[in-house]
Every structure is written in structure tokens, then in C-alpha cells.
Ligand binder design. Structure first.
Ligand SMILES: Nc1ncnc2c1ncn2[C@@H]1O[C@H](COP(=O)(O)OP(=O)(O)O)[C@@H](O)[C@H]1O
Ligand SMILES: [Mg+2]
Length: 236
């Protein structure tokens, strides 16, 4: 589904990501874990064409997307749910969702309603709140809205940047359950998390990023048993 080769990202003199290569196979949940500043967000921003790549190539379903503009990459089936949710606070839940349908210009009302209906099935709480302003939702609901808005673009691969950051434990569980549900709908997920324990438990495979380098990779359950991971990320 996604193949990244020798990706490097720099900001001025700061090298955020150094020559990383990894892949995500169809229907997998792959986690990228690492401490603050490890380069996780920069990796996603480079994949979705929001920040420039210094070098490296990115392939989505065999197509080279390394030089494609961000809006094209979304249309090709890769969507990015950014860190910090970024819902439009003044727009209603439903209006926020519609902004995720980037090509709704020629879409009939019925067709658009079908798309909304699909999200409301997956996120019943958004249906109840569909006329409420985005900014008045709880943190967990805003995160659900951000994910649902991403799904409106009908992605094959959805990338989420720290979707559980700052949420209460019970809401964190809910978000992880939703991620598994999204996978069961046939989507592929690339997940960035500081919550190593949970993300290694739900993912198929993971990569550990340290200061811009991938230092470890393996199945989620194997990494949970890995002494380096336990010491650095699980506090064991
Ligand atoms: N816009 C930016 N300008 C300069 N440096 C940045 C910028 N964004 C991130 N960095 C730096 O790049 C490194 C990786 O950051 P980031 O990708 O946000 O890491 P993570 O998401 O793993 O916390 C950090 O050293 C950070 O300070
Ligand atoms: Mg980050």
C-alpha cells in the first residue's frame, strides 16, 4: 500500500528525519512510535506533501507520489488526520465533515448524504451532535470528528498523528476501538503514538523512531516483549 524509501526531512539546519525506509501493507495497522521530537510528525507531513522532502521516494499502491501536491495525494487515497485535531470551531459537526469531501462540487445532495450517513454509522455521537459547533465538542469528540472528516475523502490509507493525546483513559480505549473498526472496514492505517503500550497492542507491525532514525521494527506483540522498548517506552 505504502512504501517509503530513504526519506530525509530537514528544517534549515535541523535534520528531523534521516534516511528512513518502511512500508505499510494493505489492511495493516502500522504504528510509528517514538519520543517527543523523534520525527514522527515530520514523517507524516512529508508523506502527505505538506512539508518538503529533502530526499527519498514515496509509493502509494505502486504510484510514485513523492512529487505530488498535497491535494492530489488525498485524491489518490492517502489521508492525514493531523496532530491537534484542527476541527473548524465555528462550523457545525456536519459542516466540518463536508470540508473533508474535497471533490463535492459536482456531487448530488443524495450522494453527499450517503457519505455523511456512513460516518454517522461509525460515529453515532457525531450524528447526535451534527448541528453543534465543532469548538464546543469534548476533546474525544473532536478527535472523532477529525477522523470522520478524514474518512470522507474515502482513503485507502489513513494516517493519524497522536489521536489519543490528552484524552482520558476511557476515551483513549474508545479511539483505539474505532481504529480497529476502521481497519475491519478494509482500510489501512498508519498510526503515530506516544502511547506505546496501546499502539503496540493494536497494531500488526511497528517501527521505533529515535532522533530521526528507525532503530527497531517488528510485530507489535514482539516489540512489547523487547527489552529496549520496555525500558525506553513502556517504563518497565
Ligand atoms: N517547522 C519546524 N521548524 C524547525 N524544526 C522543526 C519544525 N517542526 C519540527 N521541527 C523539529 O524536528 C524534529 C522532529 O519533530 P517532529 O517531527 O515534530 O517530532 P515528533 O512528532 O516525533 O514529536 C524536532 O527536533 C523538532 O524540533
Ligand atoms: Mg508529533
Amino acid at each position: 500500500m505504502l512504501k517509503v524509501e530513504h526519506l530525509t526531512v530537514t528544517y534549515g539546519s535541523t535534520q528531523a528525519v534521516t534516511d528512513i525506509s518502511f512500508e505499510v501493507k494493505e489492511h495493516e495497522i502500522v504504528s510509528l512510535i517514538g519520543a517527543n521530537g523523534a520525527g514522527k510528525t515530520s514523517t507524516l507531513l512529508a508523506l502527505s506533501g505538506i512539508v518538503e522532502k529533502d530526499s527519498g521516494s514515496v509509493w502509494l499502491k505502486g504510484q510514485d507520489i513523492s512529487r505530488q501536491p498535497a491535494h492530489k495525494i488525498v485524491q489518490m487515497g492517502l489521508c492525514h488526520v493531523p496532530e491537534g485535531r484542527n476541527v473548524f470551531p465555528q462550523l457545525t459537526v456536519e459542516e466540518n465533515l463536508i470540508t473533508g469531501k474535497t471533490i463535492c462540487k459536482n456531487m448530488s445532495k443524495a450522494e453527499l448524504n450517503n457519505w455523511l450517513e456512513e460516518q454517522y454509522e461509525l460515529f453515532p455521537r457525531l450524528r447526535e451532535r451534527r448541528r453543534q459547533q465543532g469548538g464546543t465538542l469534548s476533546g474525544g469528540e473532536q478527535q472523532m470528528l477529525a477522523i470522520a472528516r478524514g474518512l470522507m475523502s474515502d482513503p485507502q490509507l489513513i494516517m493519524m498523528d497522536e489521536p489519543t493525546l490528552g484524552l482520558a483513559p476511557i476515551v483513549v480505549d474508545e479511539i483505539f476501538n474505532l481504529i480497529l473498526k476502521i481497519q475491519s472496514l478494509g482500510k489501512t492505517v498508519l498510526l503515530i503514538e506516544q502511547n506505546a503500550n496501546m499502539s503496540l497492542s493494536v497494531c500488526d507491525r511497528a517501527y521505533v523512531l529515535e532522533r530521526g532514525h528507525i532503530i527497531l521494527t517488528g510485530a507489535g506483540e514482539d516489540l512489547l516483549d523487547n527489552p529496549t522498548v520496555q525500558k525506553a517506552y513502556l517504563g518497565i
